[in-house]
Design a protein around this ligand. Structure first.
Ligand code: ADP
Length: 419
C-alpha cells in the first residue's frame, strides 16, 4: 500500500519535473501523469485498504455481539496485518475469559442448588434475583424473579444485622435462623446475598431423638426391674406370713438384686453425663485388673500382663474395663467361652486388650453411639463411657473382630505420660 502511494507520488513528481526541465513536452503531459497517479491509487485503495478494513470491522462487530469464534485474516503484511493479528488476540482473550466466567457461574449455581441452606439474592430495589431450592422449600412455593423481599417476609433482613438467631415462620417451615447478608455485584449492579442458617431445627431433631432413645431405654430398664420387684412383693403380701424364713429371705434377696441392677444402670447414665476430669494417681495395674476380673461371675477371666505401675484415675479405668469385660462376658456367657484381659507396654504407651471368642462385634458404625445396643436389656452406654474415659486420659478405645479366631477384641490405649 505504502509502495503504491509512493509510486503514484513519484509519477506525478517526475511528470511535473519533466514539464519544467523539458520545454518541448506539451503542457497537458503533467496533468495526464497526475491523473494516472490518482487512478493508480484508486486501483490500490480498495484492494489493499478498504476491503481489509471492512472485514476487520465485521470481525469487531461479531466480537461486540459475543460471537467470539470469528477471526480476521492475519496473513496480510504491514499495518493492516498487524491490526488483524491484534484483533484476533483480543477475541482469543475474551473467549478464554468468557469461558472461565461461564464455568464459575455454573459451579456457583450448582452449589446454590445443592446446598441445604435457604439462599436468596436481591437487586438494589429489593426484588428477588434468584433463590435456591432450600429457599423455595422454606417459602413453600416456587419463587419467581422480581417478587419483592417484603412479600417474602425477609425485607428486614436485607439491611439489619442480626447477631442472635431469629425466629421465623414461613409457609414451608419455621425455626430459628442465623441471618447473614452480604453485598455483591452482578454486571456492575449492586445486589444482596441473603443466607439463612437454621440453628434450632437440626439440633432440636437430634436432641429429640436422643431424648426419645433415653426415655425408651430407661423405661425398658425400670420396667424390667420394677415388674419382678412388684410381683415378688405381691407374693409376699398374699402369703400373709405363711412363707418360711428362707423363702422370705430369697424373695428379699431377689428384690435387692433387681434394685442393685437398676441402681447400676442409672449410675451408668449419670457417670456418662458427669464424667469428671481424671484424678491421676499411681496404680498397680495387676491389682486393678484382678478386681475387674472378680466382678465377672459368669465366666472365668484370664489375666495376662506384667506387673507395672500406671498413672491413671483408677476408678475411671476400672469402670472402663468393667464395661469391656462385661461386654466380652455377655458375648460368651451362653456358650461358656473364654475372656482374656491382657496388657503390655508399648513404645509410646500401654495397651490393654479384652479378648473373647464370642460371635464378634456386629457390623455397625454405631457401636459408640449413645444408646446403641443389640442386647434386649442393653443400655448402649458401656462402650461410649469406656471410650470417654480413654480419651480423658489422652488415649483411645476401639472394638474390632479378632483376626486369629472368631470373637471380638476391645483395645484401650493410654499414652506414655500415664506410665
Ligand atoms: P450394651 O452392652 O448395653 O449393649 P455397649 O455400649 O457396651 O452397650 O455396647 C454396644 C453394643 O456393642 C452391644 O450391644 C453389642 O452389640 C456390641 N458389643 C460390645 N462389645 C462386644 C463384644 N465383646 N462382642 C460382640 N459385640 C459387642
Amino acid at each position: 500500500m505504502f509502495m503504491a502511494m509512493l509510486l503514484a507520488a513519484l509519477i506525478v513528481l517526475i511528470a511535473w519535473a519533466s514539464a519544467l526541465l523539458i520545454p518541448a513536452l506539451p503542457a497537458w503531459a503533467p496533468w495526464v501523469a497526475a491523473i494516472a497517479g490518482v487512478f493508480l491509487l484508486a486501483w490500490f485503495m480498495p484492494a489493499r485498504i478498504v476491503r481489509p478494513l471492512g472485514s476487520l470491522t465485521n470481525v469487531l462487530g461479531a466480537v461486540r455481539s459475543h460471537d467470539l469464534a470469528v477471526r480476521a485474516r492475519a496473513d496480510r503484511g504491514g499495518v493492516v496485518g498487524e491490526l488483524a493479528h491484534e484483533i484476533n488476540r483480543l477475541a482469543d482473550g475474551l473467549r478464554a475469559h468468557g469461558l472461565a466466567i461461564r464455568q464459575s457461574d455454573a459451579l456457583l449455581s450448582k452449589l446454590m442448588q445443592e446446598i441445604d441452606l435457604p439462599i436468596f439474592t436481591f437487586d438494589s430495589k429489593h426484588r428477588l434475583a434468584a433463590a435456591n431450592p432450600a429457599a423455595e422449600r422454606l417459602c413453600g412455593t416456587r419463587l419467581k424473579a422480581g417478587i419483592s423481599a417484603q412479600a417474602l417476609g425477609v425485607e428486614d433482613f436485607l439491611d439489619q444485622t442480626h447477631d442472635e438467631p431469629v425466629k421465623l415462620e414461613m409457609t414451608g417451615g419455621a425455626g430459628r435462623f442465623l441471618i447473614r447478608h452480604r453485598p455483591f455485584r452482578i454486571g456492575g449492579e449492586p445486589h444482596t446475598l441473603l443466607v439463612l442458617t437454621e440453628v434450632g431445627g437440626a439440633l432440636g431433631a437430634e436432641r429429640r431423638e436422643a431424648w426419645q432413645s433415653l426415655v425408651r431405654v430407661l423405661g425398658h430398664e425400670i420396667n424390667n426391674s420394677l415388674a419382678p420387684i412388684k410381683s415378688i412383693a405381691q407374693t409376699l403380701l398374699a402369703a400373709e406370713g405363711e412363707l418360711d424364713e428362707a423363702e422370705v429371705q430369697e424373695s428379699l434377696r431377689l428384690i435387692a438384686s433387681r434394685a442393685d441392677a437398676l441402681d447400676r444402670f442409672v449410675g451408668g447414665y449419670a457417670a456418662l453425663a458427669r464424667l469428671p476430669t481424671p484424678k491421676i494417681t499411681d496404680c498397680e495395674l495387676e491389682n486393678l485388673t484382678a478386681r475387674v476380673a472378680e466382678l465377672e461371675t459368669r465366666v472365668e477371666v484370664e489375666l495376662d500382663g506384667p506387673s507395672m505401675t500406671v498413672r491413671v484415675d483408677a476408678d475411671q479405668l476400672e469402670q472402663a474395663l468393667i464395661n469391656l469385660v462385661k461386654n466380652a462376658g455377655d458375648a460368651v456367657a451362653e456358650d461358656q467361652g473364654q475372656v482374656r484381659l491382657q496388657w503390655s507396654e508399648q513404645d509410646s504407651g500401654i495397651l490393654i486388650e479384652v479378648l473373647d471368642n464370642g460371635p464378634g462385634p456386629p457390623e455397625s458404625e454405631n457401636l459408640f453411639v449413645p444408646f446403641f445396643t443389640t442386647k434386649p436389656g442393653g443400655s448402649g452406654v458401656g462402650l461410649l463411657l469406656a471410650r470417654r474415659i480413654a480419651e480423658l486420659h489422652g488415649g483411645w478405645l476401639n472394638l474390632e473382630p479378632r483376626h486369629d479366631q472368631p470373637g471380638a477384641v476391645a483395645r484401650l490405649w493410654l499414652p506414655d505420660q500415664f506410665r
